[in-house]
Design a protein around this ligand. Structure first.
Ligand SMILES: [Zn+2]
Length: 179
């Protein structure tokens, strides 16, 4: 059964010190690299939040987030701790100005990348649990993929305390297996 690893938004701006740093976001590095090197995955995909400078999610455009992951800026680059030698495909997300862009499947090539390789099971890791990981997982379930989430390789933003745990409950309720 072909399997894929999907590493969500493991980028400079989402790690501590970044424009939208996720607490302990860098602590997933070893586990993510371990999974990326695992032979059971037929393909390893890394998504990047990849926004135009006027993306509507930014506070100055009426959104709720500081400017982050602007296309072609250092903050949008994949976190240097990620061993990119195991990454087969990079999928950019959040490009259309007026889409929310939390899910790796929204307005991206991700579904096609998985379907053309006949992937039916994916493991999702990355940042952040309560936004882009959650929305990617929920979309994957809607699209019929079996989904595993490695809880040691995700971290939450927690705009509200408890958001991370609530996101895990939602993913489980949608049928994802959270280890
Ligand atoms: Zn974003």
């Amino acid at each position: 059964m072909p399997e894929a690893l999907v590493i969500v938004d493991f980028q400079n701006d989402f790690t501590p010190g970044g424009a939208l740093g996720v607490p302990e976001g860098d602590e997933i590095t070893d586990r993510v690299n371990e999974l990326a090197a695992d032979d059971r995955f037929d393909v390893v995909v890394a998504t990047r939040d990849w926004h135009p400078p006027d993306h509507r999610s930014f506070t100055e455009q009426g959104g709720i987030w500081p400017v982050h992951c602007v296309q072609e800026t250092p903050g949008a680059e994949l976190f240097p701790g990620l061993d990119q030698s195991h990454v087969d495909v990079i999928v950019d997300k959040g490009q259309p100005r007026d889409t929310e862009g939390y899910s790796g499947f929204q307005a991206t090539t991700l579904e096609g990348v998985l379907r053309e390789r006949r992937i039916d099971r994916i493991t999702v890791v990355g940042l952040a649990t309560d936004y882009c990981v959650k929305n990617t997982v929920l979309d994957a379930r809607r699209l019929g993929f079996d989904v595993d989430v490695d809880s040691s390789a995700i971290r939450a933003v927690e705009v509200q305390p408890g958001d991370g745990d609530r996101a895990i409950d939602e993913m489980r309720a949608a049928g994802a297996h959270v280890s």
